[in-house]
Structures are given as structure tokens and as C-alpha cells.
Design a protein around this ligand. Structure first.
Ligand SMILES: COc1nc2nc(N)nc(N)c2nc1C
Length: 308
């Protein structure tokens, strides 16, 4: 039964990855459900074969009484803002003064959600937390486990911390508010508040019902992956089975960055999730190290904010 359970874990995790991370399922839902029921039956018969990574353990049973506090090993900083082209050019001038002209940027969409940190130990998802005040956040592991695009086990048994933005797709937001209106409940003002509200539920079954999703964008302790650029880290995260927003792009100059910002200002309404800006980062990790951070924000990144 043990080998059967392992085989079912691998199959179900692969199908889950295809469906929720790369949106390209290779089997019909009925096949996924059949395998899940097969696993549940075996786990009922052999309870000691149930492990935290089992796909049957995504939605925890009981509600928590409170969230534990979690100390971030590496502080989760916030981003300085840029509100227009002049601010972007000022940022670029400061960067070039510090590291010269031979570097490139990476631009990413800034998802309008809730910043979270995921910790993996030997490939297993073991701890998820909110940003909190940057040093101490809340342990919301049970709620984050309900996000299907978060693998319960990575494709490699690595130990590291990764950061990203949990969010609620617009369609899920609209459906949720319709439901709440029908039940005479208070409506959420926007998908960001709905996502934050859902992840702060003490009962994971509520979070599981909210169709939350996540895009990962950074590594808490880069050193561990053996990559030397941010773009390399993003590609590596995807290879490990993590969901990375595919719209990121390397830009050689601030003019290209501004072009990217302008193009997404146009395309933004067509996305099925909210973005509130564009994040621009110096790509080389060595350059990032050299530029360093203030107490609050990295000097090697800036968030261009769309006009409200
Ligand atoms: C390097 O630090 C950061 N990087 C980020 N990247 C993206 N795409 N979105 C964010 N919200 C974000 N936030 C921070 C603090």
C-alpha cells in the first residue's frame, strides 16, 4: 500500500501542477477525482500512511483559535514608489551612479494582493506567513495550503524561502460578492481586500472556498539556489513547479522599462487579476548586493504605481 500511496501522490501532484500552475491538464477532472478517491480509501484503511504532503491534506480539518506569530529570517522589505517617468529616470540615474552602465533590469507586474512568504524544507511546503510588519508575520500555513497552485512538494528536495503575492482572480471576486449580496453580507471593496480577508480566516475551509491563487517573485535567501541573476531565479522557481507570472521581461535600458510600463498601462484591463503597478529590479544579484537596501526598501528595485 505504501508504494501505491507514493505513486498516487506523484500522479496527483503532477496533475495538480498541470491544471493549476501551467493551466494545461493532461487528464480529465474525472481521472483526477478517481485517483483522489483511491488515495482517500487507502488512507482510510491505513491511517498511518497519511502524510502532511498528501493531496488529501490540502484543506485542514478544524479552525484555528488564533494565528501564531512567525519571525522572518530575512526581513520582508517594502518597495519605494515611482509615480511617473521622471521618478523612473531618477531611479536609473542613482543606480548608474552606483554600479555603472553595464547591467540590465527585470520588469514584473505588481500583483494587487497580499505579500506572503513560503518556506520549503527538503522540498516540502512547511510554513507560510504574511508579511506583517516585515520582521514578524502571521502563520497562515493552513490557509496557504488550500491554494492549489502551491505545490505541497517541490520537484526537487530543496530547502529555501520564497516570496510572492497571494491574490483573488477578478472572476472569483465578482462571484464571491454576488454570493455575499444574495446572503445580505457586507461586500468586499476589491479583490485585494477579499484575498486578505480570505487568508485571515481561522477556518481553512473558508479560505479553500475562495479560489485564491499566487504568483511567486523572489527568494528570501538567494544564495541557496546557485543562481546569479533575478531572472535566473524566476526561471528556476518555475522549473521547481512554482507559479511565476509569465509577463516578466528583461530590459537593457530605462527606455525599454518605460516602454514596458506604457504597454501594460494599456493591457492592464485585459488581465484576469488586478495589478497596481510594475516592479523594476536590477537583474544581477551581485549588483543588488552592491546597491544594498535602506532599513525599509531595496535600493535595487522600485515600484512604478499606476495613477489611481
Ligand atoms: C524585492 O522585493 C519585492 N519584490 C517584488 N516583486 C514583485 N513582483 N511584486 C512585489 N510586490 C514585490 N515586493 C517586494 C518587496
Amino acid at each position: 500500500a505504501q508504494t501505491k500511496v507514493k505513486e498516487l501522490h506523484n500522479l496527483l501532484n503532477q496533475y495538480n501542477y498541470e491544471y493549476y500552475v501551467i493551466d494545461n491538464p493532461s487528464v480529465p477532472d474525472a481521472e483526477y477525482d478517481r485517483l483522489m478517491h483511491e488515495l482517500m480509501d487507502i488512507e482510510k484503511e491505513f491511517p498511518d500512511l497519511v502524510t502532511p504532503e498528501s493531496p488529501t491534506q490540502r484543506v485542514g480539518g478544524e479552525a484555528l483559535s488564533a494565528f501564531e506569530k512567525v519571525e522572518h529570517r530575512t526581513p520582508m522589505l517594502s518597495l519605494a514608489n515611482a509615480f511617473g517617468e521622471a521618478d523612473l529616470r531618477d531611479f536609473d540615474r542613482r543606480v548608474r551612479q552606483a554600479i555603472g552602465d553595464d547591467f540590465s533590469y527585470v520588469c514584473e507586474l505588481k500583483i494587487d494582493g497580499l505579500a506572503v512568504s513560503l518556506q520549503f524544507e527538503d522540498g516540502l511546503f512547511v510554513l507560510g506567513s504574511t508579511r506583517g510588519d516585515g520582521s514578524v508575520g502571521e502563520n497562515i500555513t493552513a490557509n496557504l495550503k488550500t491554494i492549489r497552485s502551491i505545490p505541497l512538494r517541490l520537484k526537487e528536495n530543496l530547502s529555501f524561502e520564497v516570496r510572492g503575492e497571494a491574490y483573488m482572480p477578478r472572476k472569483s471576486f465578482e462571484r464571491l460578492n454576488k454570493e455575499r449580496e444574495k446572503n445580505g453580507e457586507m461586500l468586499f471593496a476589491n479583490p485585494r481586500n477579499a484575498a486578505a480577508g480570505s487568508l485571515r480566516q481561522l477556518d481553512p475551509r473558508i479560505a479553500a472556498s475562495r479560489n485564491l491563487d499566487i504568483f511567486l517573485y523572489g527568494i528570501g535567501n538567494y544564495g541557496s539556489l546557485g543562481v546569479d541573476t533575478h531572472s535566473g531565479a524566476l526561471s528556476y522557481l518555475s522549473k521547481l513547479g512554482l507559479k511565476v507570472n509569465k509577463e516578466w521581461r528583461k530590459c537593457q535600458t530605462i527606455d525599454e522599462v518605460i516602454e514596458y510600463v506604457e504597454s501594460w498601462t494599456e493591457k492592464r484591463p485585459g488581465l484576469d487579476y488586478d495589478i497596481d503597478g510594475i516592479v523594476i529590479k536590477v537583474d544581477s544579484l551581485e549588483d543588488q548586493e552592491q546597491l544594498g537596501s535602506t532599513a525599509k526598501s531595496p535600493r535595487w528595485a522600485i515600484a512604478y504605481k499606476f495613477p489611481a
